[in-house]
Design a protein around this ligand. Structure first.
Ligand SMILES: *Cc1c(COP(=O)(O)O)cnc(C)c1O
Length: 360
């Protein structure tokens, strides 16, 4: 550990990692083709499946989420992909699809706005698409897209693979994969799961698995067929980040001790606590009512503050970090995460520190 006093992260990823999680990572190394690993891997499957809302296996990729986001395109887009874009991450998925040499089309709304079911229906009705990417919770803008309503539209177009990024919403609210008819549901370790970065988790529907098997150019590292084949023996295709899997197992213990529903309720309550502060201080939300994330809050800088200076004061005096706006939103917004292990007390402490440093 460094000599610098720790700055606690309230940025929307990576987020604060608990001592318990770090300790779990220090367990002795094991071979990834041996019985101990298989036991570890198989042991976490049922709880992962519960969190994913699926009867399908949950694959572990040693990569950040982007690996699987790119992989989903390479495995499933044969004809053309529709990329739903409402912020930095979802916009980039379009770019990634093109870099993979795929035919791709942008369904772009302004940052801060949401993707709505009718927009998708109009596009898919052209019959041009065989896959669609959606970010459930666009972390850069604090926008939460209406997933169940969008999923209902996708069911009208059974030839279109529904690829959903739940990186910053996973485990903070239900995202029932099978019930919604999601074909690929993916998340990453360092956001809502409060683990260090380096692991992506995903599940693939049966029909998507079949599409992948028939698809050329899948490559190796993110080949869904490789994942499925190794899964049958409780293994990953290549050597995984075993310490992160220890951390994941420990975190699953935490999640199921708290209770999944209680965890969802806690995130909703913490988010409401931040929202109350936002309103009371005369700030506005960047996302519209009904479309706001519940794992983070993106706040408009309608008070014209020097956000960078404020964040610096907060960091120096209280050792807390919040985010000063993503990309082109820098200085125009700030973001506060309520993901992970936070409690009403820790959020109250942060909000008091924000008040304390608001005026220069
Ligand atoms: C952070 C994030 C990503 C990218 O995650 P990496 O771990 O950097 O690959 C993708 N989607 C969303 C919604 C995110 O918040």
């Amino acid at each position: 550990m460094s000599d610098q006093p720790h700055v606690k992260l309230f940025i929307p990823g990576p987020i604060e990692v608990s001592e318990k999680t770090y300790r779990a990572m220090c367990a002795p190394m094991i071979g990834h083709r041996g019985g101990e690993f298989k036991k570890l891997y198989a042991g976490i499957q049922p709880r992962l499946q519960t969190l994913f809302g699926t009867s399908r296996p949950v694959f572990l990729s040693t990569s950040s989420a982007w690996g699987v986001m790119e992989g989903a395109i390479r495995n499933l887009t044969a004809k053309k992909v529709l990329n739903c874009m409402c912020g930095a991450f979802s916009d980039k998925w379009f770019d990634v699809a093109k870099r993979c040499g795929k035919d791709a089309e942008a369904l772009q709304v302004e940052w801060g706005c949401s993707i709505e079911p009718d927009m998708i229906r109009a596009k898919l009705a052209t019959g041009a698409f065989d896959s669609l990417t959606l970010i459930h919770n666009e972390t850069s803008c604090g926008v939460r897209n209406p997933l169940p309503e969008i999923a209902a539209v996708l069911r009208e177009f059974p030839e279109v693979m529904f690829i959903v990024d739940s990186v910053s919403s996973f485990s903070t609210q239900p995202v029932p994969m099978d019930e919604l008819g999601i074909d690929v549901l993916l998340t990453g370790s360092q956001k809502a799961l409060a683990l260090p970065p380096g692991l992506a988790l995903f599940a693939v529907s049966e029909r998507a698995q079949q599409r992948a098997a028939a698809q050329p150019g899948r490559g190796y590292y993110f080949d869904f067929v490789e994942f499925a084949k190794n899964q049958e023996q409780d293994m990953t295709p290549s050597t995984p980040a075993i310490p992160l899997i220890y951390a994941l197992a420990s975190k699953l213990d935490d999640i199921f001790t708290e209770g999944v529903e209680a965890r969802h309720a806690r995130h909703a309550a913490l988010n409401a606590q931040v929202h109350e502060w936002v309103r009371a201080r005369g700030f506005e939300f960047f996302a519209p009512e009904g479309r706001r994330s519940i794992s983070l809050t993106c706040v408009k800088n309608n008070r014209g503050l020097d956000i960078a200076a404020w964040i610096k004061r907060l960091r120096e005096k209280h050792r807390f970090a919040i985010d000063g706006g993503y990309g082109k939103l820098k200085g125009h917004t700030f973001r506060i995460s309520n993901m992970g292990d936070e409690t009403p007390d820790t959020i109250a402490t942060l909000l008091a520190a924000l008040d304390d440093t608001l005026e220069g």
